[in-house]
Design a protein around this ligand. Structure first.
Ligand code: SF4
Length: 502
């Protein structure tokens, strides 16, 4: 039975109290014909599942080199709604043969949640086939789409990512390299792309490097070279590969049978990596732009301890990303760390709270308190962010119900006051609780004894401690070069209509 509107509201209420990463991408190119690229992509996507749980897809091709044939075969694609494990089973995977493949997991922000918008997108045209998987959001998608439609190009989805594949296909007669540079020069916004053709795997990152993309290598026993492109290094680890390096902002990498070609397509690159990747989106076992995500979360907790310590008997983290920060806070302040909250791993995007009565309890299904750990204690609870405030309010309530004497909230991101335009699902400005309330008002509304957020400077220090130590006199303005802080400061690295630029 389809969920009723009320159920949908409950589901959204529960799920939309976090910012959501839009997508994860993964690509493999093997010159070792014994390797099945689609299977490797399947395992890679499992490790990127946290970046998108609405749909999953894999496109594969037998490259000309590994098949020994001059003519590359057409790209085959399978995709569907749901988690990687729901979309793919042994039978579906066995239909995807080939030595090169790209895959995608999606959480929709631009374009609605339906299979037409699932990726990779595949285009078959006179000169061949290409598949594209995109993480990010194009800020000029509407304009480019209109131009393409005026030129007679048809679209099958409402996703901005389809603009990219249609542009590449339109320019393909100029050759792959030129088609890519012409396409990339035309599009604006954030993108980490993996592109598959009959003879190459391509990776590209926007000139600000807002969304992550890295290169890895799989060892071959012979002279074969097997390459990986992935949103996060944890996915390279998952398939037994070795992290090689990050793709640089404004860089294109073309991997073929013969070599790996790299070039910078943009003269003006200014690194502005999404700072929220370190706070929440990325997996803690990933390294993004040379920064170990787990380490940055531990440091964020330590900085929170330095900036806003409170006397307490216990510090706990909201799983998963609040836990390393709670460890860091405990180390910095001497507060004992404990596991006071347990999270159900199985409350996913398909979760539907059953009825009105349970609405306020929805977060209890997702999070539960270990009463024996928190009873009669002054508790500090650390979370990665506050978006609408629903989760924090309910956590305070269930901690008090379990006997906590005091509940102090510490947040390891600055207040989220502004929307994201670069691939992250954020509510309207009016629904961002920190945009509408002062910290004191918010604290009262959550029912907490105290509330504090890490400062913008503290967040930057947690990501890049060396920079802070080496340049203590540097202004925040100079220090924040290198990271996007748009949703905290309202200053964006790319011009957005109606918003100031950083
Ligand atoms: S606005 Fe926020 S979430 Fe969006 S890219 Fe910038 S830091 Fe990340």
């Amino acid at each position: 039975m389809p969920p009723c509107d009320e159920d949908k509201l409950q589901h959204e209420d529960c799920q939309h109290d976090k910012l959501h990463e839009e997508c994860g991408v993964f690509g493999v190119y093997c010159t070792d014909p014994k390797k099945n690229a689609a299977t490797l992509v399947y395992y890679g996507l499992f490790s990127l599942q946290h970046r998108g749980q609405e749909s999953a897809g894999i496109a594969a091709v037998q490259t000309a080199g590994s098949s020994g044939e001059k003519q590359a075969q057409a790209i085959e694609c399978r995709k569907g709604m749901g988690l990687v494990g729901e979309v793919f089973n042994g039978e579906v995977l066995s239909q995807l043969k080939g030595s090169a493949a790209v895959g995608h997991v999606r959480y929709s922000t631009s374009g609605s949640s339906c299979v037409e918008n699932a990726q990779p997108f595949v285009s078959h045209f006179k000169l061949g086939s290409i598949a594209v998987a995109h993480n990010g959001t194009l800020t000029n998608a509407d304009v480019v789409r209109e131009l393409l439609e005026d030129a007679g190009v048809g679209f099958t989805s409402s996703s901005d990512s389809e603009v990219i594949i249609n542009l590449i296909a339109k320019n393909y007669k100029k050759g792959l390299e030129k088609a890519l540079t012409d396409t990339i020069k035309f599009i604006k916004g954030s993108y980490a792309l993996v592109v598959l053709t009959g003879s190459a795997l391509v990776g590209a990152r926007d000139p600000n490097g807002i969304r992550p993309l890295c290169l890895g290598k799989l060892d071959g026993k012979d002279a074969s070279h097997n390459w990986i492109l992935a949103s996060e290094s944890c996915a390279i680890d998952a398939v037994g590969g070795k992290f090689v390096r990050d793709i640089e902002p404004g860089e294109v990498v073309i991997i073929t049978e013969d070599n790996v070609l790299s070039f910078t397509f943009s003269e003006k690159t200014r690194r502005a990596v999404c700072s929220f990747e370190y706070v929440y989106f990325a997996r803690p076992d990933s390294i993004i732009d040379k920064v170990d995500v787990y380490g940055s979360r531990i440091r964020a907790g330590g900085i929170l301890g330095r900036e806003s310590a409170v006397k307490a008997d216990l510090v706990i983290g909201v799983p998963d990303s609040g836990v390393p920060a709670a460890i860091g806070y405990g180390r910095a302040t001497g507060t004992p760390f404990g596991l006071g909250i347990v999270k159900s791993k199985y409350v996913g995007r398909t979760f539907i709270a059953p009825n009105q009565i349970l609405r306020e309890k929805a977060v209890s299904v997702k999070h539960n308190v270990i009463e024996s750990e928190v009873k009669n204690k002054r508790v500090v609870i650390i979370d990665d962010s506050i978006v609408r405030g629903t989760t924090s309010r309910r956590l305070v309530s269930i901690l008090r119900a379990a006997g906590a004497r005091e509940v102090h909230i510490r947040i390891c991101s600055p207040p989220v006051r502004f929307p994201c335009y670069f691939g992250i699902d954020t509510p309207h400005r009016k629904d961002l609780i920190s945009n509408m309330n002062s910290v004191d008002e918010l604290c009262a509304s959550l029912g907490a004894d105290s509330l504090a957020f890490i400062s913008v400077e503290g967040l930057l220090e947690s990501i890049n401690p060396g920079e802070a130590a080496n340049n203590p006199e540097r202004s925040t303005e100079a220090h924040k070069a290198g990271y996007c802080l748009g949703c905290f400061t309202g200053e964006y690295p790319i011009p957005v209509a109606g918003e100031p630029s950083a």
